[in-house]
Ligand binder design. Structure first.
Ligand code: IPD
Ligand code: CA
Ligand code: CA
Ligand code: CA
Length: 274
C-alpha cells in the first residue's frame, strides 16, 4: 500500500499540475459561464475540462478506482464514499473568484481508502501555491513542511469563514449573527472565497481556524488531510466527530481554539442540497 500511495500521489500530482495550466492561462480571459443552483452558483467550461482531464487520467492509471467529482455529481453521477479507493475532486474551488479573475482559486484532489484520507493536493496555479499531504508524512507548501499555528484562544485568532453561494435567508442570518459575535472576540475575520484555500491557510498557520456551513465533501476532502498532517484539528462545528457528508465542519490549529470557537457559534444544519 505504501508503494502504491507513492504512485497514486505521483500520478495525481502530475495531472493536477497539468490541469492547473488551464486555470492559470484563462484567469483573465472571458469565460463561458452557466449557473447551477442559483444565480451566483457558476460553472465554467474550465471547471468541466479540469474535472474531465483528472478523471480520465486517473481512470487510465487506476481503472478500479472510484470518483466523486463536483461537476460529475452535478450531471447525475453518484456521490457515495465506500471502502474502495475514491478520488474526491473539486476541479475549480473558488469558481466565483475564477470568473472574476480574483486569483484565489484552486484544484482540490483527495484520495480516500477505507473511507479515510490518504492523499491531499490543493493547487492554486495563479499564485503557484501547491499544498500536499500524504497520510502520516506531514503537510507541505511547495515541498516545504508546514505547521498550524499554536493559537489557543479566540482573542489571539484570525478566523476564516464563508457564506458560499447559497441565497438561503436563514443561512445568511446565521452567518451574520456569527460574524457579529466573532468580530469583537477575535483579531479578525477573513473569507478567501475558496474552502480549500481557507483550509490551506489554517494548515500553514496563516489563519487559525475556519468553519463553514454548506460545504460539500469535494470542498474539504484534500484540506482535511492537509490540516491534520499540519497538526490541526478537523471536527464538527458542535465539537464532535465530523460526518463528511453533513456539509458542515470546523478546522483549527489547536483543540482549545476549536472548542472555544465551537461554543461561540450559532449552529446551522444545511439541507443535503441547498
Ligand atoms: C465554493 C467555494 C466557497 C465556499 C462554498 C464552495 P466552488 O466552491 O469553496 O468558498 O464558500 O461553500 O461551494 O463552488 O467554487 O467549487
Ligand atoms: Ca461549484
Ligand atoms: Ca468547491
Ligand atoms: Ca468547484
Amino acid at each position: 500500500m505504501e508503494n502504491n500511495l507513492e504512485e497514486f500521489f505521483a500520478v495525481s500530482l502530475e495531472l493536477t499540475k497539468k490541469a492547473g495550466t488551464l486555470i492559470r492561462e484563462r484567469l483573465n480571459e472571458k469565460k463561458t459561464v452557466e449557473t447551477k443552483s442559483c444565480d451566483i452558483d457558476f460553472v465554467t467550461e474550465t471547471d468541466k475540462q479540469v474535472e474531465k482531464l483528472l478523471i480520465e487520467g486517473l481512470t487510465e492509471a487506476f481503472p478500479t478506482h472510484q470518483f466523486i467529482g463536483e461537476e460529475s455529481v452535478a450531471e447525475g453521477a453518484q456521490c457515495s464514499l465506500t471502502d474502495d479507493p475514491t478520488w474526491i475532486i473539486d476541479p475549480v474551488d473558488g469558481t466565483l473568484n475564477f470568473v472574476h479573475g480574483f486569483p484565489h482559486s484552486c484544484i482540490s484532489v483527495g484520495l480516500f481508502i477505507n473511507r479515510e484520507p490518504q492523499i491531499g493536493i490543493i493547487y492554486n496555479p495563479n499564485l503557484e501555491q501547491l499544498f500536499t499531504a500524504k497520510k502520516s508524512e506531514g503537510a507541505f507548501l511547495n515541498e516545504k513542511r508546514i505547521h498550524v499555528s499554536d493559537t489557543a484562544s479566540l482573542s489571539n485568532a484570525l478566523i476564516a469563514f464563508e457564506n458560499g453561494t447559497s441565497r438561503d435567508p436563514e443561512k445568511l442570518k446565521v452567518l451574520l449573527e456569527n460574524y457579529k459575535a466573532l468580530v469583537p472576540l477575535t483579531q479578525g475575520m477573513r473569507a478567501l472565497g475558496s474552502a480549500a484555500l481557507n483550509m490551506a491557510m489554517v494548515a500553514m498557520g496563516g489563519a487559525d481556524a475556519y468553519f463553514e456551513y454548506g460545504t460539500h465533501i469535494w470542498d474539504i476532502a484534500a484540506g482535511e488531510l492537509i490540516v491534520k498532517e499540519a497538526g490541526g484539528v478537523f471536527i464538527d462545528p458542535c465539537g464532535g466527530e465530523v460526518d463528511r457528508m453533513s456539509r458542515r465542519f470546523l478546522c483549527a490549529s489547536t483543540r482549545s481554539l476549536a472548542d472555544e470557537l465551537s461554543k461561540n457559534l450559532v449552529q446551522y444544519y444545511p439541507m443535503p442540497r441547498d
